[in-house]
Design a protein around this ligand. Structure first.
Ligand code: ADP
Ligand code: MG
Length: 314
C-alpha cells in the first residue's frame, strides 16, 4: 500500500514538473515587409526554426528577391517556369479566390501596384495613362498552372502582397504542429493565426486596430483558440495628398486605391491564406458585395469605416 502511495506521489510530481516545463518561447523579426512575432509553447529552437522557415518562404515568394519563383515568373516573358510546389499551390489558391471574388482579388496586380510608391517622402499620383495601359495586363485568367509548371500569359505579372503572409503563416503552423507543438500564435503584421489556445485552457487574444486611431489603439479584442484573424487597412501603406488617403489596396480594373469609405476589413476563418486574400477582396467589394463570398468561404468579416461605422458579416 505504502509502495503504491510512493509511486502515485512520484507520478504526480513528474506530471506537475512536465506541465511547468511547457513555457512559452518567442521570436521577433522584421521580414516579409513587416514585424513578425512568433509565440509557441515549445522549445526555443523550434520557434527559431519556424522564423527561419518564414525567411525561406520570403525568398521564394517575394517578387523583389532576385531569383525567387515570382521574380523568375515575372521575367519569363510568357515562357513556362518550373516553381516550388508551394508556389504552385499558392498560385492555384490565388486563382480560386480571384474567380470567387469576381476579380476583386487579383494576384496579377503587379503592373499596377508597381506604379505606386508608398515609401517616399515626396508622394505623387501615377500618370493616368500609365495606369490605364498597365490595367490591360491585369487578369488572373492569365495564370496557367500545370503541376509545378506555371506560365504567365499576355504580359501578366504577379504580386503576392495580398496573400503571401497569410499563406506563410499557414505553412508555419503546419510546421509547428508537425513538431508536436500544441499551442502557438503566429503574428505577421496584422495577419494572425493561432492554434490550441493556451495550455491553461484560455484563448489567445487578438486586438483589431482602430483604423482611425493610433497604431497601438485597439477597436476591439477577439478571443479565440484556433483560427486566423487578418486585417487589411488603409493605414498600413499609403499617403495623404490634398486631403485624400491613397493606400495600397487597389481596384484591379483601374489601379486606383479603393475609395469606398472603408478604413479596414478584418476576416476570421480557418486558413490565414484565405483570410488574407479575402481581407483584400472584401475591402474592394465592400460589405454589400462581400456577403456571398464570405458565406462560400465559411468566413466572417468586420468592416470598419473611416466615419466610425462598423458592419459585421454574416
Ligand atoms: P497587408 O497585409 O500588407 O496590409 P493586404 O493584404 O491588405 O496587405 O494586401 C495589400 C497588398 O496586396 C498590396 O500592397 C499589393 O501588393 C497587393 N494588392 C493590392 N490590391 C490588390 C488586389 N485588388 N488584389 C490582390 N492583391 C492586391
Ligand atoms: Mg490581404
Amino acid at each position: 500500500m505504502r509502495r503504491l502511495f510512493v509511486i502515485l506521489c512520484a507520478c504526480a510530481l513528474l506530471l506537475s514538473f512536465g506541465c511547468r516545463q511547457q513555457s512559452v518561447s518567442s521570436a521577433v523579426d522584421y521580414c516579409c515587409d513587416t514585424v513578425v512575432t512568433l509565440r509557441a509553447y515549445a522549445p526555443q529552437e523550434t520557434v527559431d526554426e519556424a522564423m527561419r522557415l518564414i525567411r525561406d518562404y520570403e525568398r521564394v515568394l517575394s517578387k523583389t528577391v532576385e531569383g525567387s519563383d515570382i521574380d523568375r515568373l515575372n521575367r519569363a516573358e510568357g515562357q513556362p517556369v518550373s516553381v516550388n510546389p508551394e508556389t504552385a499551390e499558392l498560385l492555384a489558391l490565388c486563382v480560386e479566390v480571384s474567380e470567387r471574388s469576381g476579380g476583386a482579388f487579383d494576384a496579377t496586380i503587379a503592373p499596377l501596384s508597381e506604379l505606386w510608391n508608398f515609401q517616399t517622402d515626396d508622394p505623387a499620383l501615377p500618370d493616368a495613362n500609365l495606369l490605364a495601359s498597365a490595367a490591360v495586363f491585369v487578369n488572373w485568367r492569365n495564370i496557367e498552372i500545370d503541376g509545378t509548371t506555371v506560365t504567365l500569359k499576355n504580359g501578366a505579372r504577379i504580386d503576392l502582397g495580398g496573400i503571401a503572409k497569410g499563406y506563410i503563416a499557414d505553412r508555419v503552423a503546419a510546421y509547428l504542429k508537425a513538431q508536436g507543438v500544441e499551442h502557438a500564435c503566429i503574428n505577421m503584421g496584422g495577419n494572425v493565426l493561432v492554434f490550441g489556445g493556451k495550455p491553461d485552457g484560455s484563448d489567445w487574444t487578438i486586438g483589431i486596430r482602430d483604423p482611425n486611431g493610433a497604431a497601438d489603439q485597439s477597436e476591439e479584442v477577439l478571443a479565440l483558440a484556433d483560427g486566423a484573424v487578418v486585417t487589411s487597412g488603409t493605414y498600413e501603406r499609403g499617403f495623404d495628398l490634398d486631403g485624400v488617403r491613397y493606400h495600397h489596396i487597389l481596384d484591379p480594373k483601374t489601379g486606383m486605391p479603393v475609395q469606398n469609405g472603408l478604413a479596414s476589413v478584418t476576416i476570421l476563418t480557418e486558413s490565414s491564406a484565405v483570410a488574407d486574400a479575402l481581407s483584400t477582396a472584401c475591402f474592394v467589394l465592400g460589405p454589400d458585395g462581400s456577403a456571398e463570398l464570405l458565406t462560400s468561404c465559411n468566413a466572417r468579416a468586420i468592416f470598419l469605416f473611416s466615419d466610425g461605422t462598423r458592419i459585421a458579416l454574416p
